[in-house]
Design a protein around this ligand. Structure first.
Ligand SMILES: [Zn+2]
Length: 252
């Protein structure tokens, strides 16, 4: 009898624990109810962001340029579109091959990621990144590959405000290792900016712009690019990116 009473007490004790909420962490209600973490504003932003889509083959340089300008406008407005990064999209790109509509030769600076500041997705941009956005035969080979084999209609040299590589070239201090090779490519821009009478405060910004122009000139020396240019199948564009504003300035 005592044993039966003990068992009954244990059962009632367990039942009391469950009813008092000790089992609430695994109750169906707690699992199924979504946490109230999203504000109304966040929900509105997500609902208002359609998935980015574009015509697969872009062959017009002007159309390609407009896609970049539109993307940057969304970026600076804080309204980037959602990107389809799904397995289905990745498989589609693998099966169909890539058709990037722009080559972006950009500085490696971590604050200048082309896919983000142009608001583009997988398969859209053929990106070459190098500190100081300089062009050596290796970078030029990548540009030629995209233009000749992928039929990409636009090449952009993307420089930016407060570039460390340009600043180092302007300061002309002692350098070590292979950094010297990069600065040697930038120095002609600094020399030209100085010869043009840029003041001390203007020198870095002016050198950065001229450095973009020099990279453009290097790209235009390629017979492959020149041929496509004459046929109006490609454009080469220089752009400066404003780090904090996020906006673009076209460089002639
Ligand atoms: Zn830079």
């Amino acid at each position: 009898m005592r044993k039966q009473l003990t068992l009954l007490s244990c059962f009632l004790f367990m039942l009391a624990l469950i009813l008092n909420g000790c089992g609430s962490e695994i109750s169906p209600t707690a699992v199924e109810q979504p946490a109230e973490v999203e504000s109304t504003a966040a929900k509105e932003v997500l609902a208002a962001a359609p998935v980015y889509k574009r015509t697969e083959i872009i062959s017009s340089p002007n159309e390609a340029k407009q896609l970049l300008l539109d993307g940057n406008e969304r970026f600076t407005a804080g309204k980037p579109l959602s990107k389809d990064l799904s397995f289905a999209r990745r498989s589609e790109l693998m099966k169909n091959g890539q058709h990037p509509f722009a080559v972006i030769l950009s500085c490696s600076d971590s604050r200048v990621p082309p896919e983000l500041l142009f608001d583009q997705a997988l398969g859209d941009l053929f990106v070459i990144r190098i500190a100081g956005n300089v062009v050596t035969p290796v970078e030029l080979g990548s540009v030629e590959y995209a233009v000749e084999h992928l039929n990409t209609p636009l090449v952009v040299v993307l420089g930016h405000e407060e570039c460390g590589a340009v600043t180092a070239a302007v300061q002309n201090g002692e350098t070590h290792g292979s950094i010297t090779a990069i600065l040697d490519k930038i120095k002609p821009a600094v020399d030209r900016a100085t010869a043009m009478g840029a003041s001390k405060s203007e020198l870095i910004a002016k050198s950065a712009e001229l450095n973009v122009q020099n990279a453009k000139i290097d790209i235009l020396k390629s017979p492959i690019i020149e041929e496509r240019l004459k046929a109006n199948q490609v454009s080469v564009l220089g752009i400066m990116y404003d780090l904090d504003e996020g906006v673009l300035k076209l460089i002639d």
